[in-house]
Design a protein around this ligand. Structure first.
Ligand code: NDP
Length: 293
């Protein structure tokens, strides 16, 4: 069993997907094939993860029909500008070994070069009009910058992929997305970033409140967090390289959290983000060359 969401252009997308940020290229194909084997049908990668080629290999290795898989990737800021972004699409499809991408996102806004960010988005609009991508969107766009983008372009993004987990819920971003008719997709949906980049003594996976809720349902904190996203209408893209955790993170369709549980989980918000402040992303600090296919 799974669950689909309908994007603002009518395209259907699985709500629960599989992320591959920090998955080393040498294990990516196996992880992706395993995820597809246990039932995931959405794979989220990015040019800047440097594993698009291996994601494509995992898809082919799985034997699952390409048309049954929702492939999502993101253009990196070094490829912003209109012509650059069109070429970045060619690089991504070349590495993935696919002809079309189901959802193509701008990975980050670049506030200091917003004209290039807008030009890159206009390239996404062209790719959509040409049928090369089925939906377009953004990632890490805070409400003000999202408004600026919408004001300067024709097609409202289908998705805004942002950090959302119980310790950082970004209600303001979620509300802005909703006002525009944009689906919020949660990255680090289990708060993985609080473990691998934050204070490891305070990990979502060991949180006592989440553990107590999980205990009531015979589930784990990870499963409870993923279920919380799904019941609140978000897409979520958990990452794992471990076959048992890959399977467990997809085993979230046989229980239902109460409204009180949902509110309790949302109440764990600390207001502290784990990832970089989107306002601080500059080509000088974050630029990196994305190789040709
Ligand atoms: P997650 O919340 O998915 O957590 C992943 C981490 O938790 C990994 O260290 C993983 O280790 C571990 N883990 C996975 N499952 C479990 C489990 N059941 N119990 C305990 N630990 C577990 O965070 P990520 O930051 O990895 O985000 C997920 C995806 O979101 C990324 O892969 C990427 O696709 C996307 N993303 C997008 C960003 C953006 O800027 N747009 C930024 C960051 C992420 P192990 O692999 O060993 O299981």
């Amino acid at each position: 069993m799974s669950m689909n969401l309908t994007l603002n252009n009518g395209v259907e997308m699985p709500a629960l997907g599989f992320g591959v940020f920090q998955t080393p290229p040498e294990t990516t194909a196996a992880s992706v094939a395993e995820a597809l084997r246990v039932g995931y049908r959405l794979i989220d990668t990015a040019a800047s993860y440097f594993n698009e080629r291996e994601v494509g290999e995992g898809i082919r290795r799985s034997g699952v029909d390409r048309s049954d898989i929702f492939v999502e990737t993101k253009l990196w800021i070094s490829d912003y500008g209109y012509d650059e972004a069109l070429h970045a699409f060619d690089k991504s499809v070349g590495k993935l070994g696919v002809e079309t991408i189901d959802l193509l996102l701008l990975h980050q806004p670049v506030p200091s070069q917003f004209d290039k960010t807008v030009a890159a988005y206009k390239a996404l609009e062209t790719l959509l009009a040409d049928g090369k991508v089925r939906a377009i969107g953004v990632s890490n766009f805070l409400p003000e910058v999202l408004r600026d983008l919408v004001d300067q372009t024709d097609i409202v993004p289908a998705v805004n992929q942002v950090e959302v987990h119980p310790y950082f819920t970004q209600q303001d971003v979620q509300e802005a997305d909703k006002d525009h008719g944009i689906l919020t997709q949660a990255w680090s949906p289990m708060g993985g970033i609080t473990s691998y980049r934050g204070d490891s003594s305070r990990s979502t996976f060991n949180d006592p409140v989440l553990s107590e809720i999980a205990g009531k349902y015979g589930k784990t904190p990870a499963q409870v967090m993923l279920r919380w996203h799904l019941q609140e209408g978000r897409s979520a893209i958990p990452k794992s390289v471990n076959p048992e955790r890959i399977a467990a993170n997809f085993d979230v369709f046989d229980f239902e959290l109460t409204g009180d549980d949902l509110a309790t989980i949302s109440g764990l918000d600390t207001g502290v983000r784990g990832g970089p402040d989107p306002e601080s992303v500059t080509p000088e600090a974050f630029g990196r060359d994305i190789p040709e296919a």
